[in-house]
Design a protein around this ligand. Structure first.
Ligand code: HEM
Length: 341
């Protein structure tokens, strides 16, 4: 199953999705759209895996479990009216039948009940801190919900608040259908991006949770120089395979997440390309006398390859959104184990 995040429910009227061989777009009609892809559907960001060449060094071993063969392009989509209507029927939902299928819209709406723009940045950061522990060399870490055991680590300072918010959502969702932390965090990050005006990101569902903490020392420190940053992202499986975005591009585009939150890149609640525009400002700007951004943000500007992407994204927000969607998808699939039914 794959879930497309869509406008927040206000008054729902209609839903549909469209799928082409290399891209899948969820379309908005009126105010609200719910799109749930059936197990077996294969669309959108997964299209980066639809490469005829052998794929090395990326972390989607079990991708085919829920979504069909890795080289398949988009299958015929199936929209389920019943699923779309479920949010409105939630108080009356038949628990037994809800448990039979894994319904993405229940997770999506559970998240929407607790998320607001001011909470969005912390929730998005949670995604990187759960998935970013992935190490391609031994396949340890990754998007497995282990962040719930790691909140006390210094690099995760401040994330307990976001976990508390999602715990509330989880309790509500679990009353209807069990959701893993890993799925919940992946969906919540996508919802956070969409809520702040960023791209809609389809999320494949079915991740299993780890029952232990991931190894320590896997997340990049904010003092790293650009060479060390590239090494760090390389270890997470961000590769230069021709079918995937290059490691540097993925690193730059994912760093664009810092456009929201308290680091001073424009409107803290707007997911836009202000991050890249600010990085190009000279002299280096400050905000109320305080430095903007992290040392790692500015380190990107000292590397020609990174700078090329910063320029592209500063000029073209749509390109930023499209590439962010693909890189985010890869991030939330990093090291994931998938349920088989
Ligand atoms: C390139 C390596 C990265 C480093 C070194 C890094 C480090 C940090 C640090 C130190 C903060 C500040 C936390 C605070 O203010 O307490 C932060 C904030 C944030 N990070 Fe990253 N990060 C990186 C990449 C990412 C990625 C890939 C994402 C998501 C895709 C992300 C999402 C965020 C968000 C949304 C915030 C703002 C949180 C808020 O203001 O509440 N970061 N990051």
């Amino acid at each position: 199953m794959e879930l497309t995040n869509t406008p927040h429910l206000a008054s729902s009227s209609f839903f549909f999705s469209s799928c082409s061989p290399c891209a899948c777009r969820s379309r908005r009609t009126g105010k609200a759209v719910i799109t749930a892809f059936a197990a077996g559907s294969r669309c959108s960001a997964d299209s980066i895996y639809a490469c005829p060449e052998p794929i090395e060094q990326h972390n989607v071993d079990s991708l085919s479990v829920a979504s069909g063969p890795a080289n398949t392009q988009c299958y015929r989509r199936r929209d389920f009216a019943a699923v779309a209507l479920l949010p409105f029927l939630l108080p009356h939902v038949d628990m037994a039948s809800a448990a039979d299928s894994y319904d993405g819209s229940i997770i999506q709406n559970g998240v929407r009940n607790v998320l607001s723009k001011v909470k969005a940045a912390g929730v998005l950061r949670l995604v990187f801190h759960d998935a970013g522990t992935f190490d391609i060399s031994d396949k340890s870490g990754g998007m497995n919900g282990s962040i719930i055991y790691e909140a006390d680590r210094p690099e995760n300072a401040g994330l307990s608040k976001s976990l508390k918010i999602l715990r509330k959502a989880k309790e509500g969702i679990n009353q209807v259908q069990q959701v893993s932390w890993a799925d919940l965090i992946a969906v919540a990050g996508a919802e956070a991006v969409a809520l702040c005006g960023g791209p809609e990101i389809p999320i494949r569902l079915g991740r299993l949770d780890s029952s232990t903490a991931d190894p320590t020392g896997k997340l990049p420190e904010e003092t790293l120089d650009v060479v060390a940053l590239k090494t760090s992202f390389g270890k997470k499986g961000f590769s230069a395979h021709p079918c995937l975005l290059g490691r540097t591009q993925e690193m730059v585009v994912l760093s664009g997440a810092h456009t929201i939150g308290g680091k001073g890149f424009g409107n803290p609640n707007a997911f836009d390309n202000a991050y890249f525009k600010v990085l190009l400002e000279k002299p280096r700007p400050t905000s109320s006398g305080m430095p903007i951004g992290l040392p790692t943000d500015w380190a990107l500007t000292e590397d020609d390859e990174c700078l090329r992407w910063i320029n592209i994204y500063a000029k073209d927000q749509d390109k930023f959104f499209a590439d962010f969607r693909d890189a985010y998808t890869k991030l939330v699939n990093s090291g994931a184990s998938w349920r088989t039914a």
